[in-house]
Design a protein around this ligand. Structure first.
Ligand code: T3D
Length: 263
């Protein structure tokens, strides 16, 4: 597939997906939706890919929906945005969240609207000092989407999520780290180095086990404690049969570094 809006590079077990419309701050248009869907399917199907790094080209991470594609509302032409979520945004987030490999976001600049919640759908969110996070939906009369109304309160608490979503204020990378919305904020000059190092390290870890951890955490959001205990039992049973568990225990007992295959 010819890609005009994203870049996909696969190396050393790491897929690096770069949103690539820098002059539009990587706003998401229809072509980007299609290319992201195909790229995420390709990544999910490739067992050699053991980590995903998501970032943006140029000064921004992602400014959300490309509003130029919504210009027709100016003359009153109705657009069914529910359909847009059903057909495009929800499948995008489900594809991303459903990946059984660790997903690292490197937020290099502004993340607005769907762009901020796309980042927050990743497993580990790293940001540069130049990063800005804004749930800007309220400023154009929309509702936060891409799972933001689910994810954000769980990350920062109800009071902060409500204020961020109703006021549309901007958090910078350092504040986002202090608030626990992201994992870590780095100087801009080292963000990509740190993000790549993390993704590369993930690609050498017990991939199946990490995927099972993700599964357990995803399910915990709407499970009871007892259900989680049962789920942990089931997932641990699977983990205990992996080659990587065998390698982990063997390497520990042999007092040598483990060599995980991901299987
Ligand atoms: O529609 C549906 O399907 C429903 C789903 C919706 C999901 C959503 O994401 S809704 C939210 C859409 N996004 C926004 O409302 C954000 C709009 N952008 C901004 O508020 C600001 O641009 C930013 C806060 C992101 C950054 O501000 P700043 O001052 O750093 O940059 P800028 O000068 O505003 O933007 C630079 C260029 O990018 C500029 O173009 P120009 O003037 O140089 O030709 C600007 O128009 C363009 N740009 C920024 N965001 C978008 C965009 N172009 C199209 N769509 C954008 N979202």
């Amino acid at each position: 597939m010819v890609r005009s809006t994203i870049l996909l590079e696969i190396q050393d077990g790491v897929a690096t997906l770069t949103l690539n419309r820098p002059d539009r701050l990587n706003a998401i248009n229809l072509a980007m939706h299609e290319e992201l869907a195909a790229a995420l399917d390709e990544i999910a199907a490739d067992r050699a890919v053991r980590a995903l790094l998501l970032t943006g080209a140029g000064p921004g991470f992602c400014a959300g929906q490309d509003l130029a594609e919504r210009a027709s509302v100016r003359d009153g032409t109705p657009i069914d945005l529910g359909d847009s979520l059903e057909q495009r945004y929800n499948p995008l987030i489900r594809r991303l969240v459903g990946l059984n490999i660790p997903v690292v976001a490197a937020v290099n600049g502004v993340a607005a609207g769907a762009g901020v919640n796309l980042a927050l759908a990743c497993d580990i969110v790293l940001a540069g000092r130049a990063a800005r996070f804004t749930q800007s939906f309220c400023k154009i009369g929309l509702v936060p989407d891409c799972g933001g109304t689910f994810t954000l309160p769980r990350l920062v608490g109800a009071a902060r999520a409500r204020a961020l979503m109703l006021l549309g204020e901007t958090l910078n990378g350092a504040q986002a780290e202090v608030w626990g919305m992201i994992w870590r904020c780095y100087d801009d000059t080292i963000l990509m180095r740190e993000a790549r190092a993390m993704a590369t390290n993930f690609a050498r870890q017990p991939t199946t086990g990490l995927g099972l951890i993700k599964q357990a955490l995803r399910a915990s959001a709407d499970s009871t404690f007892d259900e989680q205990l049962d789920r942990e039992r089931d997932l641990q049973r699977i983990a205990g049969h992996t080659q990587d568990y065998r390698e982990g225990v063997t390497a520990f007992l042999d007092k040598r570094p483990p060599q995980f295959s991901g299987e």
